[in-house]
Design a protein around this ligand. Structure first.
Ligand SMILES: NC(=O)C1=CN([C@@H]2O[C@H](COP(=O)(O)OP(=O)(O)OC[C@H]3O[C@@H](n4cnc5c(N)ncnc54)[C@H](OP(=O)(O)O)[C@@H]3O)[C@@H](O)[C@H]2O)C=CC1
Ligand SMILES: N[C@@H](CC(=O)OP(=O)(O)O)C(=O)O
Length: 379
């Protein structure tokens, strides 16, 4: 099956968080022009289809579980989530559907016949896959994709022997309701000490005691995160693999190597700890890398900066770091700042780095958007 710009493209999950960011990017880049979008819903089939700039689709939403309707499409783009992929994708393939499935969920990532897409880093792997008839293309884990967009130059040149990624992941990584819960938590906490806050002379330890009491009281809404995240953190993301590692931590090694197409002795060893923090958007990570060579810091910075148009080196100074290397600086931007690059005391091959990127853009929507363009021959 070959694909063209005029093909009908089914969109599932377009109103979710990743889906909304994807729709905005498609609008901003004029990507709706030339394709025929067909919008699906798991909750509102028959409802009015959305209108985006450049979309002429109109009509009504189709049922996202209607296999007959899905089978008619040459390309399906889904940002609906893993449960949906698990339920629908195998059924479509069982029916012999041989269209392109472009997905943001992790479900299919490690399948032998699926590729993880991050084209500024692995366009060669994607092109070879398309040529070989691969039909399932999946965006990578958000922290892994942001890491490789930032420091891909070092990895692609085989300069990394191993690395640890200690992450600081935003509430939005869990979805829209998680963001709301954190904001409500901050509101309730500050509301509980509003009188004391208005009085600059009030005792700070009394404020601290009251805040902690509320956080431990069970009165804060913790429906999404299970424990209060506002004013705290949770050093565990995704499921428990039973060996002390979280699934989010496992993805660092599994997905980095799959994206880069590294096997056997060529594999880079990656591990770390993944931590949820009470930021709204953008995932950050503190890295320790053991390089295969003792390279000058200036050379390391040059390799990172020149690898792609989005990786940007932030000078390792207090002021530049505080201004340019934060979730506040990176959110809403495709730029991936990389800073705190310096040699560590362990030896000349050991470096630190810190990177932060909008996980809804390069970590989710953007690789999927670009894969659609690659598939339709416009990138
Ligand atoms: N959030 C992130 O940072 C990242 C997410 N991903 C992956 O992307 C997939 C989708 O994640 P995400 O977008 O965060 O999920 P969301 O929960 O935001 O959206 C998923 C679906 O939930 C339904 N939904 C129910 N209530 C609402 C509501 N109030 N507003 C919007 N949608 C609602 C919608 O389906 P319907 O319209 O059919 O009812 C929507 O398509 C997941 O597989 C996730 O793992 C990957 C990388 C990063
Ligand atoms: N697990 C990420 C978001 C995500 O959806 O990742 P993945 O696509 O690998 O399941 C987070 O919570 O921040």
């Amino acid at each position: 099956m070959t694909f063209s710009r005029s093909d009908a493209v089914g969109f599932v999950g377009w109103r979710g968080m990743v889906g909304s960011v994807l729709m905005k990017r498609l609008e901003d880049e004029g990507d709706f022009s030339g394709i025929t979008p067909v919008f699906f819903s798991t909750s509102n089939a028959g409802g009015e289809a959305p209108t985006f700039a450049g979309v002429e689709a109109g009509g009504t939403l189709k049922d996202a579980h209607d296999l007959d309707a899905l089978c008619e499409l040459p390309i399906i783009v889904t940002t609906q989530g893993g449960d949906y992929t698990q339920a629908v994708h195998p059924e479509l393939r069982r029916r012999g559907w041989d269209g392109l499935w472009i997905d943001a969920a992790s479900t299919l990532r490690q399948n032998d016949d699926a590729l993880i897409v991050l084209d500024p880093v692995n366009r060669d792997v994607i092109d070879r896959g398309l040529e070989a008839g691969v039909k399932d293309f999946v965006g990578g884990n958000c922290t892994v994709s942001c890491l490789l967009m930032g420091l891909g130059g070092l990895f692609r040149r085989g300069l990394v022997e191993w690395g640890t990624a200690m992450t600081y992941q935003a509430a939005s990584g869990g979805g829209a309701r998680h963001m709301r819960e954190v904001l409500k938590g901050f509101r309730d906490i500050s509301g509980g000490v509003s009188t004391e806050l208005q009085d600059p002379a009030s005792a700070i330890l009394e404020i601290d005691r009251k805040v902690l009491e509320l956080q431990r009281s069970g009165d804060l809404d913790t429906a999404q995160f299970e424990v209060p995240l506002a004013g705290s953190l949770i050093p565990w993301i995704d499921s428990d693999l039973g060996n002390g590692q979280s699934r989010e931590e496992w993805k660092a090694d599994a997905e980095t190597n799959k994206i880069l197409g590294l096997e056997g002795a060529d594999r880079v060893i990656m591990d770390g700890l993944c931590v949820r923090i009470a930021t709204m958007r953008s995932h950050a990570q503190a890295l320790t890398l053991k390089l295969t060579e003792d390279l000058p810091v200036e050379e390391i910075e040059r390799i990172i900066d020149e690898d792609n148009e989005w990786a940007t080196v932030v000078p390792n100074t207090k002021e530049a770091t505080a201004r340019g290397l934060t979730p506040v600086a990176s959110s809403g931007s495709l730029q991936i700042p990389v800073g705190r690059i310096r040699k560590l005391a362990m030896g000349p091959e050991y470096i630190s780095a810190f990177t932060v990127g909008d996980q809804l853009l390069w970590g989710a929507a953007e690789p999927v958007r670009r894969m659609l363009k690659i598939a339709t021959g416009t990138l």
